[in-house]
Each structure stands twice: as structure tokens, then as C-alpha cells.
Design a protein around this ligand. Structure first.
Ligand code: NAD
Length: 351
């Protein structure tokens, strides 16, 4: 066994079907009585239903959560927190909604109950990314780690087919990079393998029937496992590239992860051969990077950066930004090789 350091993060997790009904009890258990429910415009109805369900415990609904947590939206929401005298937030939605809850917690220290409806994994991390003047900055602080996560599988049945695959691949990306992380440790690596396997098992079944509850349950469990990986250990070139592409070129979050992951994995293949074996085993394939590419491709996800809105002329700038302050990576960051990686991802070449 290699020497390692492991830091556990405090969190309470409720996982099951129909668990949304437990939200009121969880608010009371935190000693709170005035919950502000957060969601996106798209999930407004769901938010309204939760407000109605919470009755006197809810003081309002803020439904303008936006991807990449723009600071203007946070300011607007903080005004609502103040005017409603909310003493906790309940984030109901994907990473964008959870990001807003974290931003409110960062500014106010209010406790958060989060009810994730995608597989992005933000609920399990002490990480917050915020955007100001087109620049995304990320910080890690226990202040933003949600106190309670309620996973309700029923809420994920409506996640559209395309987003199910890309959000699942987004989750897998956390586990892949946790396996070759500088601070990898045996507990998180076990969880990473389990997370990859659960999602890889689930996606084909959800593709056939989006309301397959067992498959949805596997996917959501996998999302939690992968989110814990993201929260526990440092990430590498894959996340650096995705932050660059999302933050500076406005590419969509989960889709970008999906396209880049096979290529980032291939980039590190020779530097982390044992990790490649573990990823391949979890996927049930021979070749890790190809297996990741095929998992996305077979289930209808875009596999090229060109298809998700990147311009070829932006590749040079992306290489420059990604190499300027790189995260630790098992293989050294070489601008020429990163350019090749991005060119392959741009054209959608199978690794
Ligand atoms: P999202 O939250 O932006 O959701 C995309 C759209 O899908 C929204 O309109 C949302 O309302 C809708 N949606 C969500 N769940 C649904 C469901 N079950 N049924 C129907 N529609 C649904 O997308 P995301 O990929 O979950 O989150 C992306 C954001 O999360 C990015 O800003 C990213 O930076 C952040 N993120 C942060 C962390 C972290 O640790 N800080 C981790 C992962 C992602």
C-alpha cells in the first residue's frame, strides 16, 4: 500500500425514491424555519410544488439560478434572502442551482439542503466556481459544503436523454481524475471505480427506457460516488481544459466534459497504466479511453468540440490558457501535446 492522506468531509445523505417528502423534517432538524427554495426558470413548477409542500417552512422561491454562477445572479438572490429573512436555502436542481445555493452560503453562512436532479456532483463538494466579467474562478472552502443532500431518484426520471448521458459522463470524469490524482487514496479510488461502473451500467438501460427506476437509481448512486471523489481529491488536465473551455469560450458544461474526457484519458494513458486498467474494468471494456468515447457516442452524445459550438480558431487561445497555470497532472503538460489533444477533441476523433 502506498502512503496516503485522507480527509473525510462531513455530510448527511438521504438516498431513495420519494425522499423529497423528507425535506421539511430536514429543515427542522437543522433548527431552521424559513427556507428559500432555489431553482432554474426551467424547473419553476417543481420549485413551486416544493414551496407548497413545505407550507409555513418556506418563505419563497428564487427561480433564476444560472449556469457558472454569475455574481450578478448571486447578488440578486442575496437581496431575496435578506428581504424574506430566510434562515436556510433548499437548492432543487442541477449544478447551476446548487452553485447558487453555495454562493449564498459563502456570503451568509446559511445552511443548505440540496436536492440534486442531475449527475453533476456539485452537492458533494466544498468547491464553488463563480463567474464575473466573463472570468470563472474556483475556490475550495468548507463554507459551501451542503449540510444535507436529499437524493430522490424520482426527480431524475425527467432528465432528458441527451442530458442524462452528458451529465453521467461529467460524473465519470470526476472519478477518472480521482483515480490518477496526486492525492489519490484507496477509499476514494474504490468509490471512483464503483461510481464509473454504476453509471456505465445505467446509461444503456436509461437509453432504452428513460423511466427505468433501477437504472436511474444506479446512475444517481454513481453520481454521488463520483461527486465525493471530486470533493475529496485534486483534479488534473481534464478539469483544467473543461474549466478553460466553459469559462473562456462559454461551451456547455456537461457536453464539454463528455467530449474532452476520452482525450484527456488518452493523454494520461502511458503515465498511469494501472489506472487505465481500473477504468477499463469499471466500464467492462479493454481500452479505457476508447470505452469512454464509445459510452458517449453509443448513447447519442456529441463527441466533437466543433459540434458543441467551439471555433477552430479558438484552439490556440485554449492551449495558452490551459497551459498557463496547469493543475498537477500525471503526465507533464506539454503545449504541443495539449494542442493535439484539443485538435482530436475538436474533430471528434476516437482515441
Ligand atoms: P444545470 O444545473 O445547468 O441544468 C441544466 C438544465 O437542466 C437546467 O435548465 C435545469 O433546470 C434542467 N434540469 C436539471 N435537472 C433536470 C431534470 N431532472 N429534469 C429536467 N430538467 C432538468 O446543469 P448541470 O450540468 O447539472 O450543472 C452545471 C453547473 O454545475 C456548471 O455551472 C458547473 O460549473 C457546476 N458544477 C459545479 C461543481 C462543483 O463542485 N462546484 C461540480 C459539477 C458541476
Amino acid at each position: 500500500m502506498q502512503p496516503f492522506i485522507y480527509n473525510a468531509l462531513p455530510s448527511r445523505v438521504i438516498f431513495g425514491f420519494g425522499t423529497l417528502t423528507q425535506a421539511a423534517d430536514e429543515i427542522r432538524a437543522l433548527g431552521c424555519s424559513r427556507a428559500l427554495v432555489l431553482t432554474t426558470p426551467f424547473q419553476r413548477e417543481l420549485g413551486e410544488a416544493l414551496v407548497a409542500q413545505l407550507g409555513d417552512l418556506a418563505v419563497g422561491l428564487y427561480d433564476n439560478a444560472t449556469m457558472h454562477t454569475p455574481v450578478e445572479v448571486t447578488r440578486d438572490a442575496l437581496g431575496v434572502v435578506e428581504s424574506t429573512k430566510a434562515n436556510c436555502v433548499v437548492a432543487l436542481g442541477g449544478g447551476s442551482t446548487i452553485g447558487l445555493g453555495k454562493a449564498i452560503a459563502l456570503n451568509t453562512d446559511l445552511p443548505q439542503i440540496v436536492i440534486p436532479t442531475t449527475y453533476a456532483g456539485s452537492e458533494a463538494t466544498p468547491i464553488i466556481g463563480q463567474t464575473e466579467n466573463g472570468l470563472k474562478t474556483t475556490q475550495r472552502t468548507l463554507k459551501v459544503l451542503p449540510e444535507v443532500i436529499i437524493y430522490d431518484v424520482d426527480l431524475t426520471l425527467t432528465l432528458p436523454a441527451q442530458m442524462t448521458v452528458t451529465s453521467g459522463m461529467n460524473a465519470i470524469a470526476h472519478a477518472v481524475e480521482a483515480l490518477y490524482s496526486k492525492d489519490a487514496n484507496p477509499l476514494i479510488s474504490m468509490l471512483a471505480e464503483q461510481g464509473i461502473a454504476a453509471i456505465a451500467r445505467a446509461l444503456p438501460r436509461i437509453h432504452l427506457n428513460s423511466e427505468d427506476k433501477e437504472a436511474r437509481s444506479d446512475a444517481l448512486f454513481g453520481a454521488w460516488a463520483c461527486g465525493v471523489c471530486l470533493g475529496a481529491v485534486g483534479m488534473s488536465i481534464h478539469h483544467k481544459l473543461c474549466h478553460t473551455l466553459g469559462g473562456s469560450f462559454d461551451l456547455p458544461h456537461a457536453e464539454t466534459h463528455t467530449v474532452v474526457l476520452p482525450h484527456a484519458t488518452a493523454y494520461n494513458a502511458d503515465a498511469a497504466p494501472q489506472v487505465m486498467e481500473r477504468i477499463a474494468r469499471a466500464l467492462g471494456v479493454e481500452h479505457a479511453a476508447q470505452g469512454l468515447f464509445d459510452l458517449a457516442d453509443k448513447h447519442g452524445a456529441a463527441t466533437s468540440l466543433a459540434d458543441i459550438g467551439m471555433k477552430e480558431s479558438d484552439i490556440s487561445k485554449a492551449v495558452e490558457i490551459a497551459c498557463a497555470s496547469p493543475y498537477w497532472n500525471p503526465r507533464p503538460i506539454e503545449p504541443g501535446a495539449i494542442r493535439e489533444l484539443l485538435e482530436n477533441a475538436f474533430s471528434g476523433k476516437r482515441p
